[in-house]
Structures are given as C-alpha cells and as structure tokens.
Design a protein around this ligand. Sequence first.
Ligand code: 13P
Ligand code: SF4
Length: 371
Amino acid sequence: MLRIQTALPERYTNATPDELAEWTARAKAALGDRLLILGHHYQRDEIMRFADARGDSLALSRLAADRHDSRFIVFCGVHFMAEAADILTSQDQQVILPDLNAGCSMADMADLDAVEEAWDELAAVVDIERVIPVTYINSAASLKAFVGSHGGAVCTSSNARAVLTWALNPQNPSERRGDKVLFFPDQHLGRNTGYQLGWTGDDMRVWDPRLPLGGLDDREVKDAPLLLWRGHCSVHQRFQPSHVESFRAEHPGAMVVVHPECSHEVVALADSAGSTDFIIRTVDEAPPGTVIGVGTEIHLVKRLDDEHPDKSVLSLDPLVCPCSTMSRIDSAHLCWILEGLARGDVYNQITVDPDTAKWARVALDRMLAIT
Ligand code: 13P
Ligand code: SF4
C-alpha cells in the first residue's frame, strides 16, 4: 500500500551520524517517561541503540498493550506493527511510525476486498459458520477486523501453533471451534505450523486469490482443514534448501535455525524454526564455539554475530538482502520524529478508525488470551 512520506528537512539529511545520535539522545532525554521507543529485531543498530524495548511481533504487541503510562509510542518496525500498537493502546496514547514507507510486502498480498471475495466463494461450497479465519499479524488492520468479526484470531510466528490448535484442535476434535481455517497472508507460516500439528500436504491447499475458488475444485475445498493464502515474505522465500545443504557441507556439525516464513523444504532441513525471539534464544543458549547458520533478516543475523564473539553466527544465504521496508527507519527519521515531539509536533501518527479498531482488537485480544 502506498503511503506518502514527506521529505525530511535538510537539518536531518545533511547531518553527520554523530550529530543525529547527539540530537536524538537529547530529544529522548527531554521527553523522558512520556516516550517509549519500541524496536523490532530487524531494525538497524543505529535505531536499536535508542530502543527502550526490543522484541518480536508478539512481545511488542504485549508491550504496547501493557504500557499505559507512555504518551508517545515511537514504533521502529513496520506499518502493521504500529497499527496493532494503536489498536491495543488507549485513546490518549499516540503511536508513531518514523517513516510511513515502512510497510510489509507480505501484508500487502492480502486485502479486504480479496478476503471478502474468497469468503463469499467459500460460503457457496462449505458451511461458512464452520470456517475460522486466522490472520498472521503481518496484515492490515482491516483484515484483523474481518477476522475479529467472523469468530477468528490473529497469530504471530510465536503462537501460530497455539492459535491453530485453538481453532481446529486436531488432537481433541470435541474442543474445536470449526472444521476449517482460512489462513492469510503467509502460506509458509501456515504450512509449517500445519505440519507441526500433524497435517499432511493433502490437508493443506493453497488458495490463490487471483483464481476462481482459489484455483481449487469443490472437493479440495471441502476436504482440506487448512486453506493457505498464496502470500509470502520475499526476504524469507529467498532461502533455499541448497543454502542449508551448502552451509552444512562447509561447516560440519553446525547448527541451523530459521524463521517459519521460510519454505517448508528449508524448515525441514533446519534443526529448529521459530520467531525472531526464538532465534535469539537459540543462539544465546548454544555452547561457545558453535557455528550457527540462520535463515532470517540480515540485520538480526549480523547483530547476533556481534553480540556473541564466542560463536559464529552466519546467514545461510551469503547474498541475503535486508528487509528493505524495515530499513526505511533510519537515524535521520528517528531524530526528526523525536525533535518534533520534544517541540510538541506529532508527525506520522498511525491511527486506525474506531470501527475497524473495535473488531481488530477482538481478534488481537483473542490471540493474547490464547497465548
Ligand atoms: P517475528 O514476529 O518473528 O519477529 O516476525 C516478524 C516478521 O515480520 C518476520 O518477517
Ligand atoms: Fe514483511 Fe518479510 Fe519484512 Fe517481515 S521480513 S516485515 S514479513 S517483508
């Protein structure tokens, strides 16, 4: 989705990194407890040094929901995260995204029109009351609201398993809420979680929103407990099984950990898969001397390597690119935002309209209650 970020004043574009750091620190100190800076793990180091708290999507949602005392929440992450924070905070808190162009290409792969169309098509084939919509947190607030108003829940990479168990409970059918989940927008997280819960490839069908009935026939739609929206993360989809194989050949005995937005073929070859917080814990807990190949965004991989001089933390793909939208948040934008706040000027506030926020909150609260 296109959002227009105004050009920064020359004060910021012409400043040196040291000047930006000094001005940011001064503005942050002036704002004191009124300010909370949240940093997702994929942010640049120049941003993370100013973050009051770091986390994965679940941890940052919880922090936003729990910090009632901060007037301004500057969210160093991407747009859907700032929207979730706005939904979970109170009316007198303002959530700010330092660069409005910090979106998520995966979140843009599902929109409300396409999901409503898919829902109508599904209703013509199955009992729609028995279909539970589940959206990955990497989605627009309008989709979270759709899910909330149709009996579903949000999930993150930390709790997708718990949310799918809540919806379909494959181990205990008497406790299931429905017969089928429409999972969007990331097919890979859905598939990797489905395999973890014991479903097979035939139980999971890809729903292609560009094709009639998602490109499936009536029987496939009726039989599959999991319908996976055809969406992906372009950063994580770059990782290939050949990367894991070459890495293991080059580093015998190495450990491999990947994010569940990677394809199932990659996850199957890894030692473990999980959210960014999980990846950090895995590296923290590895014995000294371990070589660890990581399949996730490069800023996090490099930071882990820097913070663990006794281990070797490497990207599985030597050419891996950063998440270009996360990288939009840089020290110039953060400084501009904080100096504005210190003067009383609020730029780039993210607001979700009250009706959307009401239903999106239902879906987010269900997720927080499940996990
Ligand atoms: P985490 O919730 O694991 O931090 O993932 C967010 C994300 O966008 C991964 O690409
Ligand atoms: Fe979106 Fe992928 Fe970037 Fe995560 S890494 S914010 S899923 S584009």
